[in-house]
Design a protein around this ligand. Structure first.
Ligand code: PBG
Length: 327
């Protein structure tokens, strides 16, 4: 017996060229989707305090940022609207107004980027409701699932008409994929892609996002979002959404749920997305601002980990910058 180790994994780590040759996971700009916020009536981009580097866009700055993302090769753009407080009501009517801020922004961005990237929109009521919930409320004050589905179906048609190619169903109502899919089918819009936030957890990591969209929510979303302790239930949600016609399924947040990303990737044959959410972004930015970690390495490492876990697409607020780093 040789006194030396026969297997020496370090050999393959000894030079940058060798490491590059045997790397199992890579990120390409096309895998990245940039979430963007557009604020109704804004004259200047408004910085989001808890997300340094991210802003609520004006219509004009949104177009510019969209063009910049396309220049970097980003695979998709996901638009979120921030309506004026006075546009909010209990039913979230601004969300189905053909001239509501999201629809206006969709037309702007589609005109700017054409088919150079995939333009997507968030389909949820929370940005538009005065109570901040993702659905409408019943007489008892709880979220009324089926009444919300009717609102989602209408939103889907309005967003599709405004040019959205992919609808991001993030409300976590039961049957939402089926409801929007059948409304689109009845209208002959077989072309619209449904991206189901199939397994969206009731997470503390959405904190900064609530500032970003000026959320009116009091309380929490635990009656509709998945309990962080559950993994099998995530698979159930994913199965239902695929059966209802989802084209892509998402796990959200990403970093605390990498086990779920892997299980979902192994369970379905549609593309899997993961959303590196606002709190994940904020943690890295805050630590980097303190000099506690290397910001650029942390960005690459976190997104690489999400890809390694099995995500085909990664939603990240660093999409444009990361795409530029990768080039
Ligand atoms: C709801 C929605 C949320 C996020 C995306 N869509 C917030 C929530 O459920 O409270 C969070 C995204 C993030 O934190 O980056 N429409």
């Amino acid at each position: 017996m040789s006194p030396y180790p026969v297997e020496r994994p370090r050999r393959l780590r000894s030079t940058p060229a060798l490491r590059r040759l045997v790397a199992e996971t890579s990120i390409e700009p096309r895998h990245l989707v940039l979430p963007m916020f557009v604020k109704e009536g804004a004259a200047e981009p408004v910085p989001i305090r808890s997300m340094p580097g991210v802003v609520q866009h004006t219509r004009e700055s949104l177009r510019k940022a969209a063009a910049e993302a396309v220049g970097a090769g980003v695979g998709g753009l996901m638009l979120f609207a921030v309506p004026e407080e006075s546009s909010k009501d209990p039913l979230g009517r601004a969300g189905t107004d053909p001239d509501g801020i999201l629809q206006v922004a969709l037309r702007d961005v589609v005109a700017e980027v054409g088919d150079a990237t995939v333009v997507m929109s968030d389909l949820c009521l929370d940005e538009y409701t005065s109570h901040g919930h993702c659905g409408v409320l019943g007489p008892d004050g709880t979220v009324d699932n089926d009444a919300s589905l009717a609102r989602y179906a209408e939103m889907g048609l309005v967003q599709a008409a405004a040019g959205s190619a992919v609808l991001g169903l993030s409300g976590m109502m039961d049957g939402q994929v089926g409801a929007v899919r059948s409304a689109l089918d009845l209208a002959g819009r077989y072309d619209v892609v449904l991206l189901a936030y199939a397994s969206k957890y009731a997470s503390s990591f959405y904190g900064p996002f609530r500032e970003a969209v000026e959320s009116s929510l009091v309380g929490d979303r635990r009656t509709y979002q998945v309990d962080p302790s559950n993994g099998i239930e995530a698979l159930r949600e994913v199965e239902l959404d695929v059966a209802e016609g989802a084209d892509i399924v998402m796990v959200k947040p990403a970093l605390s749920y990498l086990d779920v990303v892997r299980q979902v990737r192994d369970a379905v044959t549609v593309p899997v997305a993961a959303y590196q959410v606002s709190g994940e972004y904020a943690m890295v930015e805050a630590a980097a601002a303190n000099g506690w970690l290397d910001r650029e390495r942390a960005i690459v490492e976190t997104v690489t980990s999400i890809r390694r876990a099995g995500a085909d697409l990664v939603f990240t607020y660093w999409a444009t910058e990361l795409a530029q780093i990768l080039r």
